[in-house]
Ligand binder design. Structure first.
Ligand SMILES: Nc1ncnc2c1ncn2[C@@H]1O[C@H](COP(=O)(O)OP(=O)(O)OP(=O)(O)O)[C@@H](O)[C@H]1O
Length: 260
């Protein structure tokens, strides 16, 4: 179990993270979501040990941790295979592990290509293959499927499901609510560096399912607003109502903030 107690990070005069308290069990996939700049990457880097927190402590971290940054870190001069070999040697990984991951991520026909010759999807698949060489217990992922082709996205998602079954602990930063629903067991919503919500996916929906998007007619113009079910009863001229997804919940709109 990984435990964060009162973790905070200050960059010069700006608190990027404040008072983050979390417990994440093995087998848990924690979806970390929130608007740009809310502190998601800072949180991952602190757990990865790449950044020192300004306040608080983290417990439960072992050597078996891999961080997959948003942009793959690969060695441009080396071929795909040599990148794998190089990182495998750094991590003392067994040779079979190289082939297992290359095969899973369907990279074997690209072995002699350099990273710049690979599509974004192949680069991200390689980055994941490298991160998994050492069979880490904890995996930190920063939007790994953002902007990827469907095949790469599918391979990555299926891999995460497998890692979840193997009881790995996964921190997964995403903007994609479908991914949250497909793979995450719990959700952390950050807002301006503080925890806005932390709980299971079920708890999230229990708390927020009472919000909907309602389209109303106002001065002959159709306006869509996020409203609570209680508010909905008071609104006249409702043309259309639909449920609020996690992404829409986060996106918000001016004047339409959900308040707890
Ligand atoms: N090295 C740094 N020096 C100063 N400020 C920083 C540094 N890194 C991040 N910040 C600031 O800290 C805040 C949180 O940044 P962070 O990258 O963690 O957010 P994020 O939620 O990951 O954003 P995004 O979704 O855009 O990746 C932002 O206001 C950012 O500008």
């Amino acid at each position: 179990m990984i435990v964060l107690k009162e973790v905070g990070k200050k960059y010069k005069n700006n608190w990027a993270l404040k008072n983050v308290n979390l417990k994440v069990n093995s087998g848990e996939v924690l979806g970390i979501i929130g608007k740009n700049g809310c502190g998601k990457t800072t949180l991952l880097k602190i757990i990865a040990g790449l950044l020192k927190p300004s306040t608080g402590v983290i417990k439960g971290i072992t050597d078996g941790i891999s961080y997959i940054p948003e942009k793959p870190v690969l060695i441009p001069e080396l071929s795909l295979m040599d990148n794998m070999r190089y990182f495998a040697s750094l991590r003392n990984s067994k040779k079979e592990r190289i082939y297992e991951e290359l095969e899973y991520f369907q990279l074997t026909e690209h072995l002699s290509k350099r990273p710049t010759e690979l599509s974004k999807g192949l680069q991200q698949r390689l980055s994941m293959a490298i991160a998994l060489l050492s069979e880490p217990d904890v995996l930190l992922m920063d939007e790994p499927t953002s902007g990827l082709d469907a095949e790469s996205k599918n391979l990555i998602m299926e891999k995460i499901k497998k890692l979840k079954r193997e009881k790995k602990t996964i921190f997964y930063v995403t903007h994609d609510d479908e991914e949250v629903e497909a793979i995450c067991t719990s959700i952390l919503i950050l807002e301006n560096g503080t925890v806005y919500f932390h709980g299971s996916v079920e708890e999230f929906w229990k708390e927020y399912e009472r919000y909907v998007f309602a389209t109303v007619k106002l001065d002959n113009v159709n306006i869509t607003r996020k409203v609570s079910l209680e508010e909905l009863k008071e609104i006249g001229d409702v043309i259309h109502v639909r449920s609020v997804g996690i992404r829409e919940f986060l996106a918000g709109r001016e004047g339409d903030e959900i308040r707890r």
